[in-house]
Design a protein around this ligand. Structure first.
Ligand code: KDG
Ligand code: MG
Length: 412
Protein backbone atom coordinates (compact mmCIF):
# COMPACT_ATOMS: atom_id res chain seq x y z
CA UNK A 1 0.00 0.00 0.00
CA UNK A 2 1.94 3.00 -1.33
CA UNK A 3 1.30 6.68 -0.58
CA UNK A 4 0.65 8.27 -3.98
CA UNK A 5 -0.46 11.73 -2.94
CA UNK A 6 -0.02 13.97 0.09
CA UNK A 7 -1.97 17.24 0.26
CA UNK A 8 -1.78 19.98 2.89
CA UNK A 9 -5.12 21.74 3.24
CA UNK A 10 -5.46 25.02 5.16
CA UNK A 11 -9.02 26.17 5.75
CA UNK A 12 -10.62 28.74 8.03
CA UNK A 13 -14.36 28.06 8.42
CA UNK A 14 -14.82 29.31 12.01
CA UNK A 15 -11.07 29.37 12.69
CA UNK A 16 -7.88 28.16 10.96
CA UNK A 17 -7.18 24.44 10.57
CA UNK A 18 -4.32 22.55 8.91
CA UNK A 19 -5.13 19.07 7.58
CA UNK A 20 -2.94 16.50 5.86
CA UNK A 21 -4.66 14.19 3.38
CA UNK A 22 -2.86 11.07 2.18
CA UNK A 23 -4.07 8.93 -0.73
CA UNK A 24 -2.75 5.44 -1.46
CA UNK A 25 -2.40 3.52 -4.70
CA UNK A 26 -5.29 1.32 -3.49
CA UNK A 27 -7.54 4.37 -3.29
CA UNK A 28 -7.69 4.72 0.50
CA UNK A 29 -7.47 8.20 1.95
CA UNK A 30 -6.38 9.24 5.43
CA UNK A 31 -6.69 12.54 7.29
CA UNK A 32 -4.43 14.01 9.95
CA UNK A 33 -4.76 17.20 12.03
CA UNK A 34 -1.71 19.52 12.13
CA UNK A 35 -3.38 22.64 13.55
CA UNK A 36 -1.16 24.76 15.79
CA UNK A 37 -3.24 27.66 17.05
CA UNK A 38 -1.88 31.00 15.82
CA UNK A 39 1.06 29.35 14.02
CA UNK A 40 -0.83 27.37 11.37
CA UNK A 41 1.25 28.39 8.36
CA UNK A 42 4.51 27.38 10.04
CA UNK A 43 3.20 23.79 10.28
CA UNK A 44 1.69 23.85 6.79
CA UNK A 45 5.09 24.90 5.42
CA UNK A 46 6.99 22.30 7.48
CA UNK A 47 4.65 19.66 6.09
CA UNK A 48 4.73 20.72 2.47
CA UNK A 49 8.46 21.59 2.33
CA UNK A 50 9.98 18.86 4.48
CA UNK A 51 7.57 15.99 5.04
CA UNK A 52 5.43 15.59 1.93
CA UNK A 53 8.48 14.90 -0.28
CA UNK A 54 9.47 12.07 2.10
CA UNK A 55 6.04 10.47 2.11
CA UNK A 56 5.19 10.11 -1.54
CA UNK A 57 6.21 6.60 -2.64
CA UNK A 58 6.53 5.20 0.91
CA UNK A 59 4.60 2.28 2.44
CA UNK A 60 1.39 3.50 4.13
CA UNK A 61 1.12 0.36 6.27
CA UNK A 62 4.35 1.05 8.25
CA UNK A 63 3.02 3.41 10.92
CA UNK A 64 5.61 2.83 13.66
CA UNK A 65 8.52 2.89 11.23
CA UNK A 66 7.28 6.09 9.56
CA UNK A 67 6.93 7.78 12.95
CA UNK A 68 10.45 6.76 14.02
CA UNK A 69 11.86 7.84 10.66
CA UNK A 70 10.26 11.29 10.80
CA UNK A 71 11.22 11.78 14.46
CA UNK A 72 14.78 10.44 14.43
CA UNK A 73 16.04 11.07 10.92
CA UNK A 74 15.42 14.82 11.00
CA UNK A 75 17.93 15.19 13.90
CA UNK A 76 16.11 18.39 15.04
CA UNK A 77 13.58 16.75 17.30
CA UNK A 78 10.50 17.85 19.16
CA UNK A 79 8.87 21.27 19.32
CA UNK A 80 5.25 22.04 18.44
CA UNK A 81 5.78 22.59 14.69
CA UNK A 82 7.66 19.33 14.14
CA UNK A 83 5.43 17.26 16.38
CA UNK A 84 2.14 18.61 14.95
CA UNK A 85 3.45 17.71 11.49
CA UNK A 86 4.45 14.18 12.54
CA UNK A 87 1.10 13.85 14.33
CA UNK A 88 -0.79 14.56 11.12
CA UNK A 89 1.11 11.84 9.26
CA UNK A 90 0.55 9.35 12.08
CA UNK A 91 -3.20 10.06 12.30
CA UNK A 92 -3.61 9.81 8.52
CA UNK A 93 -1.81 6.45 8.46
CA UNK A 94 -4.02 5.08 11.26
CA UNK A 95 -7.06 6.36 9.35
CA UNK A 96 -5.89 4.48 6.27
CA UNK A 97 -5.15 1.32 8.26
CA UNK A 98 -8.62 1.39 9.78
CA UNK A 99 -10.26 1.86 6.39
CA UNK A 100 -8.17 -0.93 4.87
CA UNK A 101 -9.15 -3.23 7.77
CA UNK A 102 -12.80 -2.10 7.73
CA UNK A 103 -12.57 -1.21 11.44
CA UNK A 104 -12.82 1.96 13.53
CA UNK A 105 -9.46 2.96 15.00
CA UNK A 106 -10.44 2.07 18.57
CA UNK A 107 -10.83 -1.56 17.51
CA UNK A 108 -7.26 -1.59 16.16
CA UNK A 109 -6.09 -0.20 19.54
CA UNK A 110 -7.64 -3.09 21.46
CA UNK A 111 -11.36 -2.37 21.43
CA UNK A 112 -13.58 -0.27 23.68
CA UNK A 113 -12.87 -0.14 27.42
CA UNK A 114 -16.09 1.81 28.14
CA UNK A 115 -19.41 2.89 26.62
CA UNK A 116 -18.24 6.43 25.95
CA UNK A 117 -16.06 9.27 27.16
CA UNK A 118 -17.19 11.60 29.93
CA UNK A 119 -16.54 15.09 28.62
CA UNK A 120 -16.44 18.51 30.22
CA UNK A 121 -17.51 21.81 28.69
CA UNK A 122 -16.41 25.39 29.32
CA UNK A 123 -18.77 27.47 31.43
CA UNK A 124 -17.67 31.06 31.98
CA UNK A 125 -18.96 34.47 32.95
CA UNK A 126 -17.66 37.86 33.97
CA UNK A 127 -20.07 37.89 36.94
CA UNK A 128 -21.81 35.10 38.84
CA UNK A 129 -25.26 35.41 37.17
CA UNK A 130 -23.71 35.00 33.70
CA UNK A 131 -21.56 32.15 34.95
CA UNK A 132 -24.59 30.37 36.43
CA UNK A 133 -26.48 30.81 33.11
CA UNK A 134 -23.52 29.34 31.29
CA UNK A 135 -23.39 26.36 33.68
CA UNK A 136 -27.13 25.79 33.14
CA UNK A 137 -26.72 25.95 29.35
CA UNK A 138 -23.98 23.32 29.53
CA UNK A 139 -26.10 21.08 31.76
CA UNK A 140 -28.97 21.45 29.25
CA UNK A 141 -26.59 20.50 26.42
CA UNK A 142 -25.87 17.26 28.25
CA UNK A 143 -22.53 18.02 29.90
CA UNK A 144 -22.00 16.14 33.16
CA UNK A 145 -18.73 17.88 34.08
CA UNK A 146 -17.97 21.57 33.79
CA UNK A 147 -14.94 23.84 33.72
CA UNK A 148 -15.50 27.09 35.61
CA UNK A 149 -13.75 30.30 34.48
CA UNK A 150 -14.75 33.64 35.91
CA UNK A 151 -14.05 37.32 35.50
CA UNK A 152 -12.08 39.02 38.29
CA UNK A 153 -13.14 42.41 39.73
CA UNK A 154 -10.89 45.14 38.38
CA UNK A 155 -9.72 43.19 35.33
CA UNK A 156 -11.15 44.16 31.96
CA UNK A 157 -10.58 41.04 29.87
CA UNK A 158 -9.45 37.52 30.76
CA UNK A 159 -8.79 34.75 28.26
CA UNK A 160 -11.39 32.02 28.50
CA UNK A 161 -14.48 34.11 29.27
CA UNK A 162 -17.03 33.74 26.46
CA UNK A 163 -19.34 36.70 27.20
CA UNK A 164 -16.42 39.11 27.36
CA UNK A 165 -15.25 37.89 23.98
CA UNK A 166 -18.71 38.49 22.50
CA UNK A 167 -18.77 42.04 23.94
CA UNK A 168 -15.30 42.82 22.69
CA UNK A 169 -15.95 41.46 19.24
CA UNK A 170 -19.42 42.82 18.51
CA UNK A 171 -21.26 39.69 19.62
CA UNK A 172 -19.84 37.69 16.74
CA UNK A 173 -16.72 35.99 17.99
CA UNK A 174 -17.39 33.20 20.46
CA UNK A 175 -14.51 32.28 22.73
CA UNK A 176 -15.17 28.62 22.08
CA UNK A 177 -14.88 28.95 18.30
CA UNK A 178 -12.21 31.57 18.10
CA UNK A 179 -9.70 31.72 20.96
CA UNK A 180 -7.08 32.84 18.42
CA UNK A 181 -8.67 36.04 17.22
CA UNK A 182 -8.47 37.00 13.61
CA UNK A 183 -6.55 40.19 13.05
CA UNK A 184 -3.17 41.69 12.30
CA UNK A 185 -2.03 41.96 15.93
CA UNK A 186 -2.70 40.01 19.14
CA UNK A 187 -5.25 41.43 21.57
CA UNK A 188 -3.81 42.65 24.89
CA UNK A 189 -5.55 41.57 28.09
CA UNK A 190 -4.80 42.49 31.71
CA UNK A 191 -3.89 40.38 34.70
CA UNK A 192 -3.49 40.55 38.49
CA UNK A 193 -2.75 37.29 40.30
CA UNK A 194 -3.48 38.62 43.81
CA UNK A 195 -6.96 39.76 42.75
CA UNK A 196 -7.57 36.40 41.06
CA UNK A 197 -6.46 34.36 44.10
CA UNK A 198 -8.70 36.45 46.36
CA UNK A 199 -11.73 36.11 44.07
CA UNK A 200 -11.74 32.54 42.77
CA UNK A 201 -12.51 30.51 45.95
CA UNK A 202 -15.70 32.58 46.42
CA UNK A 203 -16.73 31.77 42.84
CA UNK A 204 -16.39 28.04 43.48
CA UNK A 205 -18.24 28.36 46.78
CA UNK A 206 -21.12 30.09 44.97
CA UNK A 207 -21.17 27.48 42.19
CA UNK A 208 -21.24 24.62 44.73
CA UNK A 209 -24.04 26.36 46.68
CA UNK A 210 -26.07 26.79 43.48
CA UNK A 211 -25.41 23.46 41.74
CA UNK A 212 -24.64 21.10 44.62
CA UNK A 213 -21.74 18.90 45.60
CA UNK A 214 -21.95 16.21 42.91
CA UNK A 215 -21.07 17.71 39.53
CA UNK A 216 -17.35 17.40 38.67
CA UNK A 217 -15.91 20.93 38.41
CA UNK A 218 -12.62 21.85 36.78
CA UNK A 219 -10.53 25.01 36.49
CA UNK A 220 -7.72 26.16 34.20
CA UNK A 221 -5.03 28.36 35.78
CA UNK A 222 -3.48 28.84 32.31
CA UNK A 223 0.14 28.97 33.54
CA UNK A 224 -0.43 32.25 35.37
CA UNK A 225 0.82 31.45 38.88
CA UNK A 226 4.14 31.06 40.64
CA UNK A 227 4.59 27.74 42.53
CA UNK A 228 3.65 29.17 45.92
CA UNK A 229 0.63 31.00 44.47
CA UNK A 230 -0.50 27.76 42.82
CA UNK A 231 -0.07 25.91 46.12
CA UNK A 232 -2.19 28.54 47.85
CA UNK A 233 -4.92 28.28 45.20
CA UNK A 234 -4.98 24.47 45.27
CA UNK A 235 -5.35 24.57 49.06
CA UNK A 236 -8.06 27.22 49.02
CA UNK A 237 -10.09 25.25 46.45
CA UNK A 238 -9.97 21.97 48.41
CA UNK A 239 -13.40 22.51 50.06
CA UNK A 240 -14.98 22.64 46.58
CA UNK A 241 -13.66 19.24 45.51
CA UNK A 242 -12.26 20.02 42.04
CA UNK A 243 -11.91 17.22 39.53
CA UNK A 244 -8.69 18.95 38.47
CA UNK A 245 -6.77 22.21 38.57
CA UNK A 246 -5.11 22.63 35.20
CA UNK A 247 -1.83 24.32 34.27
CA UNK A 248 -1.41 25.94 37.67
CA UNK A 249 2.19 26.97 36.85
CA UNK A 250 4.09 27.43 33.57
CA UNK A 251 4.64 23.95 32.17
CA UNK A 252 8.35 24.25 31.44
CA UNK A 253 9.40 24.37 35.10
CA UNK A 254 8.48 20.88 36.21
CA UNK A 255 10.16 21.22 39.64
CA UNK A 256 7.46 23.75 40.53
CA UNK A 257 4.85 21.03 40.88
CA UNK A 258 6.75 19.43 43.78
CA UNK A 259 6.07 22.50 45.85
CA UNK A 260 2.43 22.60 44.78
CA UNK A 261 2.00 18.91 45.67
CA UNK A 262 3.45 19.44 49.15
CA UNK A 263 0.61 21.79 49.96
CA UNK A 264 -2.55 20.54 48.32
CA UNK A 265 -4.58 17.45 47.51
CA UNK A 266 -6.42 19.22 44.65
CA UNK A 267 -5.73 16.96 41.62
CA UNK A 268 -3.42 18.46 39.01
CA UNK A 269 -3.61 18.27 35.21
CA UNK A 270 -0.87 19.54 32.93
CA UNK A 271 0.59 19.20 29.45
CA UNK A 272 -1.53 20.82 26.74
CA UNK A 273 1.64 22.42 25.36
CA UNK A 274 3.82 19.31 25.80
CA UNK A 275 5.05 17.58 22.65
CA UNK A 276 6.45 14.20 23.65
CA UNK A 277 6.40 11.51 26.29
CA UNK A 278 9.72 12.97 27.51
CA UNK A 279 7.89 16.08 28.72
CA UNK A 280 5.65 13.87 30.85
CA UNK A 281 8.19 11.26 31.96
CA UNK A 282 9.37 12.72 35.28
CA UNK A 283 6.01 14.24 36.18
CA UNK A 284 4.35 10.85 35.84
CA UNK A 285 7.13 8.85 37.50
CA UNK A 286 7.26 11.26 40.47
CA UNK A 287 3.43 11.30 40.70
CA UNK A 288 3.37 15.09 40.38
CA UNK A 289 0.31 15.08 38.15
CA UNK A 290 -2.96 13.18 38.03
CA UNK A 291 -4.04 13.84 34.42
CA UNK A 292 -2.16 13.95 31.11
CA UNK A 293 -3.41 17.02 29.20
CA UNK A 294 -1.55 16.15 25.97
CA UNK A 295 -3.38 16.43 22.66
CA UNK A 296 -2.98 13.87 19.89
CA UNK A 297 -2.24 16.76 17.51
CA UNK A 298 0.60 18.25 19.56
CA UNK A 299 2.06 15.00 20.95
CA UNK A 300 3.04 13.48 17.60
CA UNK A 301 -0.13 11.47 16.93
CA UNK A 302 -1.94 8.35 18.06
CA UNK A 303 1.19 6.18 18.30
CA UNK A 304 3.05 8.20 20.99
CA UNK A 305 -0.13 9.25 22.82
CA UNK A 306 -1.10 5.59 23.34
CA UNK A 307 2.43 4.80 24.56
CA UNK A 308 2.38 7.78 26.95
CA UNK A 309 -0.92 6.60 28.41
CA UNK A 310 0.34 3.03 28.82
CA UNK A 311 3.33 4.41 30.73
CA UNK A 312 1.05 6.68 32.80
CA UNK A 313 -1.09 3.64 33.69
CA UNK A 314 1.82 2.23 35.71
CA UNK A 315 1.44 5.21 38.04
CA UNK A 316 -2.39 5.44 38.05
CA UNK A 317 -2.20 8.69 36.08
CA UNK A 318 -5.17 9.16 33.75
CA UNK A 319 -5.96 10.92 30.50
CA UNK A 320 -7.39 14.42 30.22
CA UNK A 321 -6.73 15.07 26.55
CA UNK A 322 -6.77 18.67 25.39
CA UNK A 323 -9.90 19.30 23.33
CA UNK A 324 -10.44 23.01 22.57
CA UNK A 325 -11.69 24.02 19.11
CA UNK A 326 -8.11 24.41 17.90
CA UNK A 327 -7.92 20.60 17.86
CA UNK A 328 -9.73 20.00 14.55
CA UNK A 329 -12.54 17.44 14.22
CA UNK A 330 -9.89 15.07 12.82
CA UNK A 331 -7.70 15.42 15.92
CA UNK A 332 -10.73 15.17 18.21
CA UNK A 333 -11.81 11.95 16.53
CA UNK A 334 -8.32 10.46 16.83
CA UNK A 335 -8.09 11.15 20.55
CA UNK A 336 -11.65 9.92 21.14
CA UNK A 337 -10.58 6.55 19.69
CA UNK A 338 -7.53 6.50 22.00
CA UNK A 339 -9.66 7.49 25.00
CA UNK A 340 -12.20 4.77 24.27
CA UNK A 341 -9.52 2.08 24.01
CA UNK A 342 -7.19 2.81 26.94
CA UNK A 343 -7.97 1.60 30.45
CA UNK A 344 -6.75 4.75 32.22
CA UNK A 345 -9.15 7.23 30.64
CA UNK A 346 -10.00 10.16 32.93
CA UNK A 347 -11.96 12.92 31.20
CA UNK A 348 -12.17 14.45 27.71
CA UNK A 349 -12.38 18.20 27.10
CA UNK A 350 -15.08 18.96 24.54
CA UNK A 351 -15.71 22.41 23.08
CA UNK A 352 -18.10 22.36 20.19
CA UNK A 353 -16.85 23.42 16.78
CA UNK A 354 -18.83 26.00 14.82
CA UNK A 355 -21.47 25.13 12.21
CA UNK A 356 -19.20 25.97 9.26
CA UNK A 357 -16.45 23.73 10.64
CA UNK A 358 -18.96 20.88 10.90
CA UNK A 359 -19.82 21.40 7.21
CA UNK A 360 -16.16 21.20 6.19
CA UNK A 361 -15.39 18.16 8.36
CA UNK A 362 -18.14 15.51 8.14
CA UNK A 363 -18.00 13.64 11.44
CA UNK A 364 -19.54 10.48 12.81
CA UNK A 365 -19.03 10.89 16.57
CA UNK A 366 -22.00 10.89 18.94
CA UNK A 367 -22.72 12.90 22.11
CA UNK A 368 -25.28 11.18 24.29
CA UNK A 369 -25.98 11.51 28.03
CA UNK A 370 -22.71 13.36 28.60
CA UNK A 371 -20.68 10.70 26.76
CA UNK A 372 -18.72 11.11 23.54
CA UNK A 373 -18.25 8.14 21.21
CA UNK A 374 -16.16 8.28 18.00
CA UNK A 375 -18.61 6.08 16.06
CA UNK A 376 -18.02 2.88 14.13
CA UNK A 377 -16.98 4.11 10.70
CA UNK A 378 -13.72 2.52 9.52
CA UNK A 379 -10.66 4.59 10.45
CA UNK A 380 -11.15 7.90 12.27
CA UNK A 381 -14.69 8.48 11.00
CA UNK A 382 -14.12 11.98 9.58
CA UNK A 383 -14.25 13.04 5.93
CA UNK A 384 -13.09 16.41 4.60
CA UNK A 385 -15.31 18.20 2.09
CA UNK A 386 -12.60 19.89 0.02
CA UNK A 387 -15.06 22.08 -1.90
CA UNK A 388 -16.41 23.46 1.38
CA UNK A 389 -12.87 23.83 2.76
CA UNK A 390 -11.90 25.83 -0.35
CA UNK A 391 -14.52 28.45 0.46
CA UNK A 392 -12.61 29.55 3.57
CA UNK A 393 -9.03 30.73 2.95
CA UNK A 394 -6.56 31.23 5.80
CA UNK A 395 -7.04 34.34 7.92
CA UNK A 396 -4.26 35.68 10.12
CA UNK A 397 -5.07 35.12 13.81
CA UNK A 398 -3.18 35.50 17.07
CA UNK A 399 -3.76 34.28 20.58
CA UNK A 400 -4.14 37.16 23.07
CA UNK A 401 -1.52 38.03 25.67
CA UNK A 402 -1.38 39.60 29.14
CA UNK A 403 0.23 42.63 30.72
CA UNK A 404 0.23 43.48 34.44
CA UNK A 405 -0.92 46.92 35.63
CA UNK A 406 2.67 48.25 35.41
CA UNK A 407 3.03 47.08 31.81
CA UNK A 408 5.00 43.86 32.40
CA UNK A 409 4.22 41.01 29.98
CA UNK A 410 2.78 38.08 31.94
CA UNK A 411 1.86 34.46 31.21
CA UNK A 412 -1.69 34.45 29.95
O1 KDG B 1 -4.36 27.38 21.63
C1 KDG B 1 -4.51 27.63 22.98
C2 KDG B 1 -5.76 26.95 23.48
O2 KDG B 1 -5.84 25.66 22.98
C3 KDG B 1 -5.79 26.84 24.95
O3 KDG B 1 -5.55 28.08 25.52
C4 KDG B 1 -7.10 26.29 25.46
O4 KDG B 1 -6.21 26.22 27.66
C5 KDG B 1 -6.98 25.78 26.84
C6 KDG B 1 -7.83 24.65 27.22
O5 KDG B 1 -7.62 24.16 28.32
O6 KDG B 1 -8.66 24.25 26.42
MG1 MG C 1 -5.84 24.77 29.23
Amino acid sequence: MIIEKAEVIVTSPDRNFVTLKLTTDEGHTGLGDATLNGRELAVATYLSEHIVPLLVGSDASRIEDTWQFLYRSSYWRRGPVTMASIAAVDMALWDIKGKAAGMPLYQLLGGASRRGLTAYGHASGKELPELFDSVREHLDEGYRAIRIQSGVPGLKAIYGIASQSADTFGGEARYDHEPARRGEKPVEEDWDTRAYLKHLPGVFEAVRNEFGPDIPLLHDGHHRMTPIQAAKLGKSLEPYDLFWLEDCTPAENQEALKLVRQHTTTPLAIGEIFNTVWDFKDLIRDQLIDYVRGAVTHMGGVTPLKKTMDYAALYQVKSGFHGPTDISPVGMAAQMHVGLAIHNFGMQEYMRHGAKTDEVFRQSFTWTDGLLHPGDQPGLGVELDQDEAGKYPYERAYLPYNRLADGTVHDW
